[in-house]
Design a protein around this ligand. Structure first.
Ligand code: PMP
Length: 386
C-alpha cells in the first residue's frame, strides 16, 4: 500500500483532498514527495504566516524541546508568561489578560463562556456568513448554512445579523443577549467586510447594552491585514479578541485576550484546558511575534497587497479583489471548478471559499515581489484558459 491508500484505510476523511503528499517546506515554498515545488499562497490555511520552517521558529522549538516539552498549568513556565506579555502589550494602553488555548474553535468557545459568565445571559448575536469553528458552540454562531446540519441549537442560542447592517443587529438583540461575536473580515464566507463606521457603531451598541464584543481575529490578526490586529486599524477595542492560526509558527496554539475588567472576574476553577499554553508552542509563538512586531515588518504588508492588486487588475474574468492586506479574495465572473487543481498542477497553491466565485489567497507575510510575479503569472495563465 502506498501512503494515499493507507490514508484512505486508516485516517477518517473529512476533507476533500488533493492527491499530493507534502514532505518539506521552506520560506514561501513547499515540496511534495515526488520533489515537485509549489509556491504557497494558501499557507496551510493561513497558518504559515511567516512561511515554512522559519529558522528563528525552528530554533525556538528546538531549544525549548531540549529543556521541557510539556507541563500542565498547575506550574508556571516562562514561554507562556512571555507570550501573554507580548500579546497584552500589543493592545496597550488598554489593559488585557490572556488565556491560552489550542485551536480557534476552543478559543471562541472560551470567549463565549466568558461572556456568559460576565453577563449571566445566554444569547449571542453573530453574522450571516461568519465562520467560528467546528465544535458545537462555535458552530452555533457560525453563519454559513452548510455547517448547520448537526443542529447546534441555533434557535435557542444565536440570532444572526447582516455584517454592515446595524438595523439587523438591533433587531437581533434582546435582553437575554450576552455577546456579539464578529469575524470582522469573513474569510471562508468570501472575504466580506463592512465599512469601518459599522464596527464603531457595533462597539457603541455593545457598550450601551452591556454585551461583550468578541472579535474573532483568527484570520485577521497577527499582522495579516497590515496592522497587528484588524481592530487596531478600525480603532475598535473589542472586549475579547480570539487568535489562533499562525501564532505559533504552525504548532497548535490559540489565545483568548480579554479586557482586564472582565478577565478579573474569572476565578480558579472557572475554566481549564490541559494543553493550552504548553512550553513548546509558546516558545514558537514568542519567536513568531518577535519577528512580526519588529519595527517596519508590518509596514511592508500593504505594499505587498497593492502589488498583488496591481498584477490582477484589468483581467476581464476578475470582478474584484476583496479583503485587506494578505487576506484576499479574488472574485471571478464565474465558478471555474478546476482552477485550484490546475494551479496545483502548475506549482501554485491557492484556496477556495464558501462563495464558489471567490478564490482565496493568504500567502506568508514574507512573500517577495518576485514571488508575487510568479503567482500572478501562473494564476492568470490558468484563469485565461478556463
Ligand atoms: N474562526 C475563524 C475565523 C477561522 O478561520 C477558523 C478556522 N478556519 C476558526 C475560527 C476555527 O479554528 P480551528 O480550525 O483552529 O478550530
Amino acid at each position: 500500500m502506498n501512503n494515499f491508500e493507507k490514508e484512505a484505510k486508516y485516517l477518517i476523511q473529512t476533507y476533500a483532498k488533493y492527491p499530493i503528499e507534502l514532505v518539506k517546506g521552506e520560506g514561501s515554498y513547499v515540496w511534495d514527495s515526488t520533489g515537485k515545488k509549489y509556491l504557497d499562497f494558501y499557507g496551510g490555511h493561513a497558518v504559515c504566516i511567516l512561511g515554512h520552517c522559519h529558522t528563528k521558529i525552528v530554533k525556538a522549538i528546538n531549544d525549548q524541546s531540549k529543556n521541557l516539552i510539556f507541563y500542565s498549568n498547575v506550574f508556571s513556565t516562562a514561554p507562556a508568561i512571555l507570550l501573554a506579555e507580548h500579546l497584552a502589550k500589543t493592545l496597550e494602553p488598554k489593559e488585557y489578560q490572556v488565556y491560552l488555548t489550542n485551536s480557534g474553535s476552543e478559543a471562541n468557545e472560551t470567549a463565549l463562556k466568558i461572556a456568559r459568565k460576565h453577563t449571566g445571559k445566554d444569547r449571542v448575536i453573530s453574522f450571516k456568513n461568519a465562520f467560528h469553528g467546528r465544535g458545537i458552540p462555535p458552530l452555533a454562531v457560525t453563519g454559513i448554512d452548510s455547517y448547520h446540519k448537526y443542529k447546534p441549537n441555533l434557535d435557542n442560542y444565536t440570532s444572526f445579523a447582516e455584517l454592515g447592517d446595524m438595523e439587523s443587529v438591533y433587531a437581533a438583540y434582546n435582553d437575554n443577549t450576552a455577546a456579539v461575536i464578529c469575524e470582522p473580515i469573513q474569510s471562508i464566507g468570501g472575504l466580506n467586510m463592512a465599512e469601518p463606521s459599522f464596527y464603531k457603531e457595533l462597539e457603541e451598541f455593545c457598550k450601551e447594552k452591556n454585551m461583550l464584543l468578541i472579535f474573532d481575529e483568527i484570520q485577521t490578526g497577527l499582522g495579516r491585514t497590515g496592522t497587528f490586529w484588524f481592530s487596531e486599524y478600525l480603532k475598535v477595542s473589542p472586549d475579547i479578541i480570539t487568535t489562533a492560526k499562525g501564532i505559533a509558527g504552525g504548532l497548535p496554539l490559540s489565545a483568548v485576550i480579554v479586557k482586564k475588567e472582565f478577565s478579573s472576574e474569572i476565578k480558579v476553577g472557572d475554566h481549564a484546558t490541559t494543553f493550552g499554553g504548553g512550553p513548546v508552542p509558546c516558545a514558537a509563538a514568542v519567536a513568531t511575534l518577535e519577528i512580526i512586531l519588529k519595527k517596519g515588518f508590518l509596514a511592508e504588508v500593504s505594499g505587498k497587497e497593492q502589488a498583488i492588486r496591481e498584477k490582477l487588475k484589468d483581467n476581464p474574468r476578475i470582478i474584484k479583489i476583496r479583503g485587506k492586506g494578505l487576506l484576499l479574495g479574488i472574485e471571478l465572473d464565474n465558478h471555474y471548478p478546476n482552477i485550484v487543481k490546475e494551479c496545483n498542477a502548475e506549482g501554485l497553491i491557492i484556496s477556495t471559499s464558501s462563495d464558489k466565485k471567490v478564490l482565496r489567497i493568504m500567502p506568508p507575510l514574507i512573500i517577495t515581489q518576485s514571488q508575487i510575479d510568479q503567482f500572478a503569472e501562473i494564476f492568470i495563465r490558468v484563469l485565461n484558459r478556463q
